[in-house]
Design a protein around this ligand. Sequence first.
Ligand code: SAH
Length: 260
Amino acid sequence: MTGDMIAENAGWLVVVGLGPGPDRWITPAVSAVLDAATDIIGYGPYTARLPVQPGRTVHASDNRVEIERARHALELAGAGRRVAVVSGGDPGVFAMAAAVFEAIEHGPAAWRALDIRVEPGVTAMLAAAARVGAPLGHDFAAISLSDNLKPWDIILKRLRLAAEADLVIALYNPVSRARPDKLREAFAVLGAIRAGDTPVIMARAVGRPDERIALTTLGEAAEVEADMATVVIIGSSETRLIAREGVPFVYTPRSYGAGR
Ligand code: SAH
C-alpha cells in the first residue's frame, strides 16, 4: 500500500474491544480510537456503554447481523468516515474482528486498501481468571458453546478432545434460549473424562455491579445457574485450590506435577 492511497481517503476502521464491563478495563489505545471516531458501530448493549458525544453517529444493531454490520462499517470507512467497530471483551475473541475480515475477504478489492486496525481488549476469561487467582496459568482452550455458527457435534468433539488433552477449558456463550440444556450436556461430556472434583469457576458479569462468581466442582457444576453473561472455567487435572478464610485461591501451576 502506498502513502498516496491513504492520503486520498482519510477514512479508517478500527475494531476495538471494550473489555468485560468497567471503564477502567478499557485500554488507553481503545479510548483514543473512540474519541477520534466519527461513527461507532456495534451491538446495542455495547454502544450503550459509551457516552453520547456531539458530532458522533452511533449505529446500534442487533446481535445477529455481524457481517452486515461489518460491511456497513467498511462502506463508511471507504466514504472517508473514521469508524470504530465495538465488541465487548476482546474484538478478536468470538466477536467483530473476524466478521470484518470475512467481509473484506469477500468484498470489493478497494476494501483491502483501507486503513484497518484491531485494538485488543480484556477478554472475559482473563477477567474471570484474575478474580479467583490464576486458573489459566498453564495451557488452556477457549470454546464457544454457541451453535449459531457451527454444528453442535463439532462443539462436543472439541470439548471431548480438550478434556482428553487435559487443557483448562474456558466456555463462552454457555446458554441460549434455543438450546437450554447445552451447558449441562457439556459438563456431562467433560465429566466422563475428567474427575468430579475438578474445580469449576462460573463467573457472571465480571467487573459489572451485578458480578457473581461461584466456585464449584465439575460434579456439581450443573446445579449452578449460568446465563449469557457467564464465562465458565473448568480446571485441568493440575488445577488446585488454596484454602484460606473466605473463597479459596484457584490456580494451575506453571509446570506439570508442581502442586503435588
Ligand atoms: N468478545 C468477548 C466475547 C463475546 S462472546 C470477550 O472477549 O469477552 C459473549 C460471551 O462472553 C458471553 O456469553 C460470556 O460467556 C462472555 N462474557 C462477556 N462478558 C462477560 C463478563 N463481563 N463476565 C463473564 N462473561 C462474559
